[in-house]
Write a protein that binds this ligand. Structure first.
Ligand code: ZN
Length: 230
């Protein structure tokens, strides 16, 4: 955080030396801020998701506090509309609580449909496994008909898995990514051994989770061996 609510102005003030009352004529530099955007972010001071104003400043030469000559830019910041705290714009890289909550079901859904479409999307056991995975990820009401709609949608659009899995990977430690990948592989194994396309889908999921090819190979192989031993 770079400042509390305080003043959004910063400048120099001078008293006119010849003035009768010392402060009659005042001039100097003043920073004026204007809002160029709004959004939601995680405010450290409030400890939760809040609305922000994105503000940029510019220095002005002023007389009697009236800006008269436009000077150079004077930085930018985000200001929490609740507590007034000011932050550098880099704070937007921190996911909000709402984004964190949405990332797991979104990532699971993307990976599960990717795996189903790579194998046999009509397989009952594989579909049930996929539905269970999405429910466990937080969408308690998810069912077969919702899955059917998502499979159609994913088949039509090509199913972008990069964005949801990259967002999820940012929140998961490596062991959690391994666990996630193993669960996706089990969807592919629900209707028998992995096909080449299912194996490729698993490797794509792993790559988008930030796992190396060697790491992915290890997780996929161990999950296959575990399924065979069951
Ligand atoms: Zn705040």
């Amino acid at each position: 955080m770079i400042g509390g609510p305080g003043r959004s102005e910063d400048g120099l003030k001078f008293a006119w030396p010849g003035s009768l009352e010392g402060d009659m004529l005042i001039f100097g530099l003043r920073v004026c801020f204007r809002t160029i955007g709004h959004g939601e972010f995680h405010c450290q001071r409030c400890g939760g998701d809040r609305q922000y104003r994105h503000r940029v400043g510019r220095r002005w030469f002023h007389i009697f506090y009236i800006p008269v000559v436009r000077l150079d830019k004077a930085g930018e910041h985000l200001q929490c509309t609740t507590c007034g705290g000011r932050y550098r714009t880099g704070v937007l890289a921190v996911p909000t609580a709402a984004q964190m909550e949405a990332a797991l079901p979104a990532g699971t859904l993307a990976a599960a449909t990717c795996m189903l479409l790579a194998g046999d999307p009509a397989s009952g056991p594989a579909r049930r496994r996929a539905v269970d995975a999405v429910r466990s990820a937080g969408l308690a009401g998810y069912d077969e008909s919702a899955l059917e709609e998502d499979l159609v949608q994913s088949a039509v659009t090509g199913g972008d898995i990069a964005a949801p899995l990259n967002a999820l990977a940012a929140q998961l430690a490596v062991p959690a990514r391994e666990w996630f990948l193993a669960d996706v592989v089990r969807i592919g194994l629900a209707d028998g051994q992995l096909t080449d396309d299912e194996r490729l889908a698993a490797r794509q999921v792993a790559a988008n989770l930030g796992l190396t090819a060697a790491h992915a190979y290890g997780v996929i192989t161990m999950t296959e061996e575990g399924a065979t031993a069951e």
